[in-house]
Design a protein around this ligand. Structure first.
Ligand code: IPE
Ligand code: IPE
Ligand code: MG
Length: 253
């Protein structure tokens, strides 16, 4: 399967990523699409479509803010509990999103990765995901990671299963399992831990997102509903992060 409209497309001038004391990796729980739509008397899927449109703006803001990695929570392992029509609408939105955005992401030198368990996703979506990962594998700009059918507990369980298989196969010494070994089995093995986690929509919970990886992240819970979240607000949160003191259990220097 080939992402349509990408054959022979070249990347344009990659935008350099500014270095600074801001967060290198920002993870975002994009919440509030349903309420945004309900407030307008529209179906929940209308909110999901409006929310998807916001992603490009946030990714494009990253180079100037010094953000190299941005990871977005699009669908959790718990979101299958929603109505069949909402789930089907979201899956179709993901397929359309990849097909429509692939070219622009590639041209903007964005490296796209997906995390989450692909086994339960439909084959067409998985092949679009594989193709976009492959197509952008040489991109050196912002790293965009999209979490679909992702759950932190599920990820740790899957990682542990593979780790146990390596132990059983004699490839890994159980005494060698430590804080450095386990993350190598996580979906995020090539990514640094998030420095800042943002959740929109006023809920102050992490809903099973990046549990292992966010152990020492800074958090911002903001009231804005995801479809209203803009580059300006993102910039304010990224700048505010620069004023936080991360101590990692130590004391002030
Ligand atoms: C977040 O928006 C998107 C997904 C979970 C897929 P919601 O759909 O959770 O929106 P609210 O929380 O109901 O407003
Ligand atoms: C978290 O939002 C998942 C995503 C944003 C994809 P939810 O809306 O599913 O979380 P809960 O149910 O409020 O905890
Ligand atoms: Mg929600």
């Amino acid at each position: 399967m080939r992402v349509p409209g990408t054959k022979g497309v070249d990347r344009v001038m990659p935008k350099p990523i500014r270095e600074g004391n801001g967060p290198r990796h920002v993870a975002i729980i994009m919440d509030g699409n349903g309420r945004w739509a309900q407030r307008r008397g529209r179906p929940r899927l209308f909110g999901h479509h409006a929310g998807a449109k916001r992603v490009r703006e946030i990714v494009e803001a990253c180079p100037d803010l010094g953000v190299r990695y941005v990871t977005i929570f699009a669908f959790s392992t718990e979101n299958w509990r929603r109505t069949q029509s909402e789930v089907a609408g979201l899956m179709s939105l993901f397929r359309r999103y990849i097909t429509k955005e692939a070219r622009a992401l590639f041209e903007e030198n964005v490296r796209v990765r997906f995390i989450g368990d692909r086994v339960r996703l439909d084959k067409k979506l998985v092949s679009l995901m594989d193709e976009l990962e492959f197509m952008t594998s040489g991109c050196t700009g912002v790293n965009l990671t999209i979490a679909i059918n992702y759950g932190g507990r599920d990820e740790v369980a899957r990682a542990t299963r593979r780790l146990a298989q390596d132990v059983a196969a004699g490839k890994l010494d159980p005494d060698a399992v430590n804080e450095e070994t386990l993350p190598k089995y996580l979906d995020t093995c090539v990514l640094p831990d998030p420095d800042l986690v943002i959740r929109t929509s006023g809920e102050a919970r992490i809903s099973n997102f990046l549990l292992w990886q966010s152990a020492y992240a800074e958090y911002e819970f903001i009231d804005t509903l995801w479809p209203d979240f803009c580059a300006e607000e993102f910039g304010r949160l990224v700048t505010a992060y620069g004023n936080r003191e991360r101590r990692y259990g130590g004391v002030k220097a």
